[in-house]
Ligand binder design. Sequence first.
Ligand SMILES: *Cc1c(COP(=O)(O)O)cnc(C)c1O
Length: 429
Amino acid sequence: MPSTKRPPKQTPTTIGNHKLKPATLMMGYGFDPSLSEGSLKAPIFLTSTFVFEKAADGKRFFEGITGKRPGGGTAEGLVYSRFNGPNQEILEDRLQIWEDAEAALTFSSGMTAISTLLLAVVRPGDVVVHSGPLYAATESIIDKILPQFGVKWIDFPSGATREEIDEVLAKAKAMGRVSLVYLESPANPTNALVDVEAVHAARAAAFAGEELPPIAIDNTFLGPLWAKPLAQGADVSVYSLTKYAGGHSDLVAGALVGSRAVIDKVRFMRNTMGGICDPNTAWMLLRSLETLELRMSRAGENAERVCEFLRDHPKVEKVGYLGFLEEGSRQADIYKRHCTGAGSTFSLYLKGGEKEAFAFLDNLSIAHLAVSLGGTETLASAPAAMTHLSVPDERKKQLEITDNLVRISIGVEDPDDLIADFENALRAV
Ligand SMILES: *Cc1c(COP(=O)(O)O)cnc(C)c1O
């Protein structure tokens, strides 16, 4: 809300007993035009600092920021742009809506969100329990940077059963204080889903009567439309907004969405370190969120059509797509309980090796040859030769990162055009 004296947010979220959906609320929630010359859209607030009406207001706001009053760094009014700004606050309010969350924070990148979360909760001697594999940079923080500060880690495979999770939690407790359970689902590039409900139950059993380590989960691939892990017991949903939320491959940003208790701890760290999303990027994300459901729905429908075409093609060995999980399998069961859509990012295994994968990639004409995902345009890349080039061979094998693997993120183009493009590229293989 663009005022140093933020009035209560007045945007209605219901009509009578009817609860408004996120897609509707993305157009106006959290913004009061009367505070900005009647502007229908929020202006971009390019300022480093905010004027207090009275000295006493400044004091009160700082009491909030410094934690002299409860609220974990939230102030009654805007103070300084390292702490917050109108564009970022509106964005945080709207991100919360998708997962019915208590609080949200935005960051300059997904990795800033993840690093700030970790720094806010770990102490020397602690143990971070995580699902594996994780996004490569997240793994680097946990297994290269945090150990410099005496923080240890232990992991379980993404598809782990309740028994396997129990076992790893017991081992972790023997190693030190467990400060965080960090998940990523689906895992890249295996697409293995984590059973968040099982992790939640395993935590309750392992830490009965003790302080519960928060459960955070990277929800970049399916969130916020197709997966809402807070509903399955996670405390914090982690986002690279660079991907589907931003959706146009034109910005880098991140977010944490979840329980006030954890978010407030992280807010104190962000207030201190910086790392908040800038106002211009926040504004672009507000625009992106207005079409989030449209974009993700279309990309999801396109991916389904494309995967059906690819699955039956004679030059294709296998398609790793969440829509094709084996009926009755454990993964299909997790999918049914946790997801409302299969997403638009999947793994295509061609018959052959690097030569075939490269020929396919080099002959695409609509799909672009680039890493990343979740944009309006279709992207394709070869993980073994690109994003996962430095992964040791043994680990590559374990994660099915083979030379014939092509990773594809489907966009919002016409599906028949995409199929024609893939058909043509396969002809060259
Ligand atoms: C891209 C990505 C990140 C990192 O986000 P940045 O915005 O690039 O910092 C983290 N997790 C997942 C799953 C990602 O795809």
